[in-house]
Design a protein around this ligand. Sequence first.
Ligand SMILES: NC(=O)c1ccc[n+]([C@@H]2O[C@H](COP(=O)([O-])OP(=O)(O)OC[C@H]3O[C@@H](n4cnc5c(N)ncnc54)[C@H](O)[C@@H]3O)[C@@H](O)[C@H]2O)c1
Length: 333
Amino acid sequence: MKKICIVGGAGFIGHNLALQLRTLGHEVTCVDNLMVNNLISVIGNYDTLKFKNLNKKIINSRLNLLEEHDIELKIMDARDYHLVAKFIDQLKPDIVVHLAAVSHSNRSNKDPFNTFDHSFRTLENVLDATRDKIERLIYFSSSMVYGNFSKNEVDETDNCDPIGIYGTLKYCGEKIIKAYNQVFDLPYTIIRPSALYGERCVSRRVGQIFIENAINKEEIKIGGDGEDKLDFTYIKDLCNGVVLSINKKEAENEIFNLTYGNARTINNLKDILLEHFPNAKISYEKRDKLMPKRGTLSIKKANKLLGFSPTFSIEDAYPEYIKWYKEFTNSRI
Ligand SMILES: NC(=O)c1ccc[n+]([C@@H]2O[C@H](COP(=O)([O-])OP(=O)(O)OC[C@H]3O[C@@H](n4cnc5c(N)ncnc54)[C@H](O)[C@@H]3O)[C@@H](O)[C@H]2O)c1
């Protein structure tokens, strides 16, 4: 069993991953400042004011789950190098998973300065604090590093040409990790997820916006004609892939796409939504030019080296997520 430190561990992916790793018997510590897309920002941010009570309740349920599962949450700002270095020295983790970031491309484009600090500064701090000291660093990159997909299905050897602040900083993150590996032999695994959805997310990505707006009887605006494709991935599939990459030596110094591996259109997702909310109001608006054209991320490499085999199609998992959302919003806020 390993000692695992998750930086950004109170976030959507972080807490789900922490719970899964803990259930498997690992000793897990989460580090988070709760400031980005988390408790402190949902209370103070005008954009999310409308969802303040619901988001607060969702995030509190994450924190309760961490506590119930005996997972320590260290509230700490990973932008502060000295705090990070001291903490890593005391904890002595085997594995560090780096998730801290402004995890949303629109928000990154609106606020490059803070995105650099929370996404890149934190990564640099973790790299410097862990070199020579850990078995492996797991870094969360993104499908956005590819930019516009040059074909229907991209694999890890395909060219990366990101558009905008988010994807570009993710790509910089990959490069600096490789540099630390070259200079200090720090072992790494880079994960490229895409279009995640699932319980206790407050990021307002497409899958969540659909459900939230349908519940609130608000219009759902789809950018473009809805025929853009995304490789929608259920959180449990992603966490299973990360667990495999932690356990397998074959994951060392490799990059993996970890997605469902079969892109679907936004309209496909909308059709599933309509089965559960027949009266949902849908409209189409101009497509965001900074959003790259995407598609399927090949998971052949992850399948071959890790035995990764996702099981949740949107037909299986999206209705489960809708069910959870309905129950959660019906319970007392
Ligand atoms: N969710 C997706 O669909 C998706 C897709 C591709 C890549 N990713 C990447 O995976 C990672 C996690 O995504 P998520 O969906 O869980 O995002 P999230 O916003 O839910 O979680 C990020 C967490 O990092 C924390 N954080 C940010 N800055 C920090 C700092 N300075 N110190 C300490 N903690 C800090 C935040 O408080 C938050 O809890 C991100 O790097 C994101 O870019 C996510």
